[in-house]
Design a protein around this ligand. Sequence first.
Ligand SMILES: Nc1ncnc2c1ncn2[C@@H]1O[C@H](COP(=O)(O)OP(=O)(O)OP(=O)(O)O)[C@@H](O)[C@H]1O
Length: 512
Amino acid sequence: MAQLVVDLSPREESFQLKPPLSMVSSRIPEGLLTISLQRVQIHTGAPPYRIQVMISGGDPAQLVVLRDALHRIMMGTRGQPLRPLHPNILQDCEPLLPLSPEQQRVTDLALSGKSIFFTGCAGTGKSLVIKHILRALPAATTFLTASTGLAASALGGTTLNAFAGIGRAEGGLQGMLKMASRPDAAKRWRTATTLIIDEISMVDGGMLDDLEQVARSVRRCKQPFGGLQLVLTGDFHQLPPVAKGRQAMAERKFAFEADCWESCISACMLLTKVYRQADREFVDILSAVRRGRCSRAILDKLQDRCGRPLGMVDSILPTKLYTHTDDVDAINSRHLAELSGEAVRFVAQDTGNPDTLKSACHAKAVVELKVGAQVMLTRNVSAKRGLVNGARGVLERFVGNTIRLPVVRFASGPEVTVGKERWTVKSGNRVLATRTQIPLACAWALSVHKSQGMTLDKVEVNLARAFEGGMAYVALSRARSLEGLHVSGKIHPQALQADPKVTAFYAAMASR
Ligand SMILES: Nc1ncnc2c1ncn2[C@@H]1O[C@H](COP(=O)(O)OP(=O)(O)OP(=O)(O)O)[C@@H](O)[C@H]1O
């Protein structure tokens, strides 16, 4: 059953539909339409009101018809024009998992208009909550960003720098103000009502303070962050802000250390239930690693349980996670070269700004594949069939003459001809660039940074060269189970340390 939240806000007066809300029927050009209203949220307070209606149906395309009809019905009953339709909806028809009560509470708070930070261990559903929030808020004024292009593109957003229009944030605050005041960027800042930032652990606190000043200046509003609603999420025990060199590493600040944090964030919420792993023992080990409390005994248990290499399942090898991209590239190139047979090159068709695509698109400009290659999907193709971002398989053959397409046998069972997919890089509802490419990548090895946010069935982790706290936690927590995890080599002690500032931040949050 596909579900969709239709946004009917902002409205200047309260919603007239009263219980029973179960059915709305109306004659529309397509015939008699009956919409089942699953949930109506009316956030009261001062107008404009925010109203979301969840509708459901078997066929995503049908939902779009329902959505349009619902708008028309509303227009009829209210007798006044509604704002333009939610432009995201056509792309957002993939059904979402329903939220747990604690995830729903976070979502409701975000939809009430409050600026919030929500956090939780890896696998507690932070990304799922973002997807629900995104579907419920107006696309034209809601901007989804993340610290890295990869994290942003996984959810269809842009980098925080791209939203802010500040390029690489060089030239200090004055430089940022100048860039953010250019017409395009200033328009974005002024139309935005909600700014979502994912993977906030990787955003530097100093940069957040600079952006806060930019927001007040460009939006000409003295309120914190220029009156913009902030929805921040991430886990500060995962990867910290990127810093090159010792000095930069010593100077970097976490976002919660930003001067503006207290005035901008009115609620911090914690998601507690882990969904990625079901095994209690594994969840406890991961929790100890996350908090930097990995005793010798826990480490021994981990290396003992996960010391043996994982076998091949249906000729699919485990994904190797390395901390350095030179290791990753070397492993993938070596394995691809070792395969005999013709290499087929897939060259992307792009529109829009090439720089945007380079920094923010998950798919590569050129993907080279061979029969026998270990591959991974780089986006969700069909959640129903288990063909989701990160799903692993082996390339069986190519089909077609003029347009050749790979046939992949996935670990989840099906043999699938993988067609090209389109990636869209958006800023609010404005399309900046698109790339059409095969949604596959070689997956003998991946970097720990790239693996953040993924779920992997079989994974081999190498942390011998780890150089940051959080790396071990991010890498190990990608696995669903201890049976699907192999820890190769020694774990560098650096990887197992939790930053004391992060530990203190979470302790303070828990005591509130
Ligand atoms: N309410 C839920 N019911 C069932 N499964 C869920 C629920 N919430 C999340 N999951 C599943 O748990 C897994 C992890 O979810 P998600 O990626 O959203 O977590 P996360 O907190 O963003 O993780 P990370 O910090 O590693 O990025 C996914 O496979 C997701 O589908």
